[in-house]
Write a protein that binds this ligand. Structure first.
Ligand code: UD1
Ligand code: UDP
Length: 359
């Protein structure tokens, strides 16, 4: 039996190809949702849109400090793993759910497969960087999306035989859902937007939005973009960011704030945008796959492949650099190489898991 542990929006999206493959093969597996994300538009909406089976367990851990959320996830995961005794568990990415799930499993001697292993920003101030490093070193199967990720793992002394380069499941998710999105949703029409005549923004990184000065700079930069290009700036706001913007109480007229979108709507908005501004990991990858220029509002990235192929540019959290970065991004001609694989990562990962069960 395979245990799939997930807890946040990007994990639901990037695990969806793996879940679909488990379903297609009729495997014995269960889904354990930690409840790290719980608002309808950060959680349930994705199970509905992507037609995923309901989780078998939901720990309902909710929000909290780093330590308390991690501790709650660990104790909840331990109970379920003792009851279900899976052959191995799968986690995806770099959230507290991932690190706590992997730690609880490895202490019970349940094998761990880490999807999206080997990413490094080399910035240990990010909670995600700590989660990635720890999870990689606890894992038995490291599913690295790229050769570069594999090299990062080897440089830390992780044995090559534990690593399998699969591509990123985000490509599977984009390929599997782009057509469905075209058929099922008409978000541009609903928002009165024209193709390539708007910018799309997301921002939720703790180091950006929990820092008042940086959040102000980012909003100033976005207003600068809106003014210079005289185009709508559509900003679906993550709940963490919504809370912080309300606390700031600064004028944000000119930006089109909305609730977070479902994946089908967001994919459509991303694929038709003039450029995307973000601090999200998944959005840097998706824009690269979709051929849409991206400006990343951070000073480093664990997705250097996007910089190397030229889909992405780092603009930090400085209003002037944000505007300069967007001026540059809009001149980029799509046609760059997709470094994240052919969209069969989910199948490869499940194949390895099935083979592992018989060992
Ligand atoms: C988490 C992950 C981050 C990932 C992001 C995906 C960690 C350390 N961080 O960050 O790596 O990129 O998810 O979106 O694991 N909130 C709600 N409803 C929800 C979820 C959160 O209102 O469904 C609000 C709460 O006020 C909460 C805040 O958002 O305190 C932050 O949530 P949390 O899960 O701690 O971190 P994220 O910023 O979502
Ligand atoms: N996303 C979405 N709706 C939105 C914003 C983002 O469906 O309104 C999707 C996006 O397509 C990507 C994922 O959420 O697949 C990225 O999640 P997030 O930025 O929260 O986390 P990160 O990737 O930074 O960990």
């Amino acid at each position: 039996m395979i245990g799939i542990i997930l807890g946040t929006r990007p994990e639901i999206i990037k695990m969806s190809p793996v879940i679909r493959e488990c379903e297609r093969r009729g495997l014995d597996y269960f889904i354990l949702h930690t409840g790290q994300h719980y608002s309808y538009e950060m959680d349930r909406l994705f199970f509905e849109e992507l037609e995923l089976p309901d989780p078998d367990y939901n720990l309902d851990v909710g929000s909290g400090s780093q330590a308390s959320q991690t501790a709650k996830i660990m104790t909840g995961v331990e109970d379920v793993l003792v009851k279900e005794a899976p052959d191995l568990i799968l986690v995806q990415g770099d959230t507290n759910t991932v690190m706590a799930g992997a730690l609880a499993a490895s202490k019970l001697h349940v094998r761990v497969g880490h999807i999206e292993a080997g990413l490094r920003s080399f910035n240990r101030l990010m909670p995600e960087e700590i989660n990635r490093i720890l999870t990689d070193h606890m894992s038995d199967y490291l599913f690295a999306p790229t050769e570069n990720a594999r090299k990062n793992l080897l440089a830390e002394g992780i044995a090559d035989r534990r690593i399998c380069v699969t591509g990123n499941t985000v490509v599977d998710a984009v390929y599997q859902n782009l057509d469905i999105s075209r058929k099922k949703v008409s978000v541009l029409k609903d928002l009165d937007l024209k193709s390539r005549e708007y910018f799309l923004v997301t921002a939720h990184r703790q180091e950006n939005v929990d820092n008042r000065a940086r959040l102000k700079e980012i909003l100033r930069g976005l207003l600068g973009v809106q003014k210079e290009f005289a185009l709508p700036v559509v900003f679906p706001v993550h709940p963490r960011t919504e809370k912080r913007i309300k606390e700031l109480g600064i004028g944000i007229d000119g930006l089109n704030f909305t609730k977070p979108f479902g994946f089908l709507e967001f994919l459509q908005l991303e694929s038709q945008a003039k450029a995307v501004l973000t601090d999200s990991g998944g959005v840097q990858e998706e824009t690269c796959v979709l051929g849409v220029p991206c400006a990343t509002m951070r000073y480093d990235t664990e997705r250097p492949e996007t910089l190397n192929v030229g889909s992405n540019v780092l603009v930090g959290a400085d209003s002037r650099k944000i505007l300069e970065g967007v001026r540059f991004a809009v001149t980029r001609k799509p046609g760059w190489e997709n470094p994240y694989g052919d969209g069969i990562a989910g199948k490869m990962i499940v194949m390895v898991c099935v083979a592992a069960q018989s060992q």
